[in-house]
Design a protein around this ligand. Structure first.
Ligand SMILES: NC(=O)c1ccc[n+]([C@@H]2O[C@H](COP(=O)([O-])OP(=O)(O)OC[C@H]3O[C@@H](n4cnc5c(N)ncnc54)[C@H](OP(=O)(O)O)[C@@H]3O)[C@@H](O)[C@H]2O)c1
Length: 439
């Protein structure tokens, strides 16, 4: 964990926080950010990459891994332009912090520390997550892959989920405070990040209006964010047989509606807009997904891991655009959203509507950020956008005026429920004497 002396605060720093940065996509995001930042941002800007992990050992290993990557990148720049290494070395700073999303107090502790030690934040990438799966239905997997290869490895129906999983208690038993169950997959994938975004909103808002840029919260969703899995009567998915997918649908619905007039008032409260001034700008929430990448989110023995990678590459060669396969390519959409000029994003949204951005590749593995269909909403909530058929879930239905209205209504209900839950948990932790006050 960073001690106060080694917390980097360079002039003209661009501050990005990535959760779950020690493995899989999180590590891919860190490396790609370094590459693209050095290539696209002016020499006067420095990147401060704040990585969160669950323990010090993982944090140290992550920093070492990123430093090694940086050395390689700098060496390759130096070969092309001798002398540039001196400049580049001083443009990337690393910092590590502890975060366990299954502990709301851990989220509060980290945010309090960041608020006390960090001048501002530019981007928070909410990447960490768990699958909550207990295994794979192998006969079904083999049958599905052999009969509809690309669909089977894009929208798999053979993962078996744990049902009824709840997070460990948030309040020590000796405090004798009753607490309701908190869905484990819900808390790790969504609710922990939800609180994180709320407490970090004041740091993300620290962009004077004149800068014409906004702090960004980037939520990481999935292709598997099916509409039918989100049950508003069990929004935490505790009784669901697809709790992972339910958290991803919740992510899509809430991120997209966060920017729309029907929900904006609740989202403004969440984004702590009470102190808005000329010196601040309301942060934005964006939603992304990495396509399909081979990571340990599905734990497999080595031989099956090789087979998984093979199945993913074959799917790409059979025409699936959603198989980046490697995490550096899977990180494309998140890093693009993190570094894109605000005007670019705003203009695209004005033209195409608010949507979900995924990492896609062509046959040769050339990656790009690509709009992705969201059930009931479409690609941008506009009518007449169904020319874009590529990359659709084969069971997707065209969005209609009615479905878009249902989407907005669901978004509002979800936002109201999440705000209620946040305030309720904050009060409970405070009353138990374990909650951390922010100021
Ligand atoms: N891989 C894909 O094809 C794919 C597809 C769609 C979406 N995604 C999304 O991409 C994100 C990253 O997944 P991945 O595939 O890279 O999986 P991964 O390799 O298993 O990485 C997950 C990361 O999340 C961290 N994490 C898990 N539980 C946590 C908690 N309670 N508190 C803090 N950190 C926690 C893990 O830390 P530990 O090492 O400490 O466990 C790890 O760093 C997830 O949100 C996932 O849903 C992945």
């Amino acid at each position: 964990m960073s001690s106060l002396e080694d917390i980097p605060t360079p002039d003209n720093g661009f501050y990005v926080l990535v959760t779950g940065a020690n493995s899989g996509l999180g590590l891919g995001i860190g490396k790609r950010l370094i590459d693209e930042f050095l290539q696209t941002r002016p020499q006067s800007e420095s990147l401060v990459l704040i990585v969160t992990t669950r323990d010090q050992r993982k944090g140290d290993a992550t920093i070492e891994n990123l430093q090694q990557h940086l050395r390689k990148v700098i060496a390759s720049h130096e070969r092309k332009l001798p002398g540039i290494a001196q400049v580049l070395q001083h443009r990337i700073f690393f910092r590590q912090e502890r975060l366990d999303l299954l502990s709301l107090v851990s989220v509060q502790k980290l945010c309090r520390k960041l608020r006390e030690t960090t001048p501002k934040l530019d981007v928070v990438i909410c990447n960490a997550g768990i699958g909550g799966w207990t295994g794979i239905n192998w006969p079904l997997a083999v049958y599905k892959i052999l009969t509809s290869w690309s669909t089977a490895v894009c929208w798999p129906t053979f993962k078996i989920s744990g049902v009824g999983w709840v997070a460990k208690p948030q309040i020590p038993a000796e405090m004798k405070v009753e607490e309701p169950p908190l869905g484990e997959v819900f808390c790790a994938n969504f609710f922990g990040h939800y609180l994180l975004g709320h407490y970090l909103a004041p740091l993300l808002a620290k962009h004077p209006r004149s800068e014409n840029t906004k702090g960004r919260i980037i939520w990481v969703s999935s292709l598997e964010a099916y509409e039918h899995v989100l049950d508003l009567n069990d929004i935490q998915g505790i009784g669901s047989t697809l709790p992972y997918e339910a958290t991803k649908r919740l992510t899509d619905v809430m991120a997209i509606t966060s920017a729309l007039p029907s929900t904006c008032d609740v989202a403004d409260e969440y984004l702590d807009q009470s102190q808005a001034s000329e010196k601040t700008t309301k942060p934005r929430i964006y939603v992304t997904h990495p396509g399909i990448c081979g990571t340990s989110i599905v734990a497999l023995p080595l031989i099956l891991e090789y087979l998984m990678f093979t199945a993913f590459y074959v799917a790409r060669w059979l025409g699936s655009q959603w198989h980046p396969v490697t995490v550096d390519k899977g990180a494309c959409a998140m890093v693009w959203l993190a570094l894109a000029q605000q005007d670019t994003l705003d203009n695209m949204e004005e033209k195409e509507g608010v949507g979900k951005w995924g990492s896609a590749t062509d046959f040769w593995g050339q990656e790009r950020a690509e709009r992705t269909e969201v059930a009931w909403w479409g690609w941008g909530g506009k009518s007449a956008e169904y020319k874009r058929k590529k990359g659709r879930d084969p069971y997707a239905k065209d969005a209609t005026k009615e479905s878009r209205e249902r989407f907005l209504e669901t978004g509002r209900k979800c936002w109201e429920e999440m705000e209620r839950l946040r305030i309720e948990w904050e009060g409970r932790l405070r009353r138990a004497g374990v909650g951390i006050e922010m100021e």
